[in-house]
Write a protein that binds this ligand. Sequence first.
Ligand code: BV8
Length: 254
Amino acid sequence: MNSFGDRFPAALLAALRDARHVTTLTGSGISAESGVPTFRDAQTGLWAKFRPEDLATPEAFQRNPKLVWDWYAWRRSLVAQAQPNPGHHALVDLERRVPRFRMVTQNVDGLHQRAGSRDVIELHGNISRTKCFEESVLIPSWTETGETPPPCPNCGGPLRPDVVWFGEALPQAALDQALEASQSCDLFFSIGTSTLVHPAASLPFQALQHGATVVEINPDPTPLTARAHHVLRGPAGELLPALLRAAWPAQNAT
Ligand code: BV8
């Protein structure tokens, strides 16, 4: 018996067991229990006086490339020390239990892949990849000169993280796949996202429009809460394993 008493609506358990195609959208909240601050958690230290939205933009990078590069270097170090949590692992378990499962994430931390999720659709890129600001080509390695940001080995321009900043277009293939996954699923989970950042925030509403059962897992309300069929109010790291145990009790769900 967990702190939620395994009391999940019978309709939700039935929808989970009968699901043919599950699509999951995650935001930084699912990584909170891995120690990775959510995007809107107060920045600590040097960045306490900046809003993330004011750092994660091309203009901020052009204005102060060192500040933005160092902010990502700090976040990369946090991610490197982080481990996937039971919420990430429960989604790997769910992927194995349903005929078709699509994992869509706004996160750039790669924790779903490290937990074992396959075929993760990364809407906002990945902080562990680096690209040239001028050429937009991935740069797997470069000579450390102590300069930050390091110069591109091809053209000498500044290197930047391979993430989607505010005002930048999402990778079209990822967005197309995410839209298709949202419009064709019969069960949609929206987990650990404030549902504020577009176009990712439109995905649960696409699922609703196409007749899916929509479940929100979040300690706090969001713009989706009023429209979701089921709202599980609490941390994903506890709720997701408990939900799978309740749906498949005899099969030692995570
Ligand atoms: C684009 C990568 C066009 C970088 C990120 C007005 C209306 C609509 C849209 C706009 C608008 N004005 C501007 C826009 C567009 C803008 C936007 O949506 N702005 C918002 C702020 C209004 N969007 C864009 O700019 C996008 N691009 O539109 O381009 C275009 C088209 C063609 C050509 C050129 C341009 C690009 C958006 C992508 C930005 N990059 N990340 C990086 O990470 O550094 S977004 C960033 O914010 C993260 O990816 C994160 O997912 C997202 C939201 O941040 P958070 O709120 O912190 O995180 P999250 O949403 O995940 O919330 C945490 C939640 O978890 C909370 O609800 C919390 O309660 C919950 N939680 C906490 N603990 C737990 C938990 N849940 C479960 N368990 C727990 N334990």
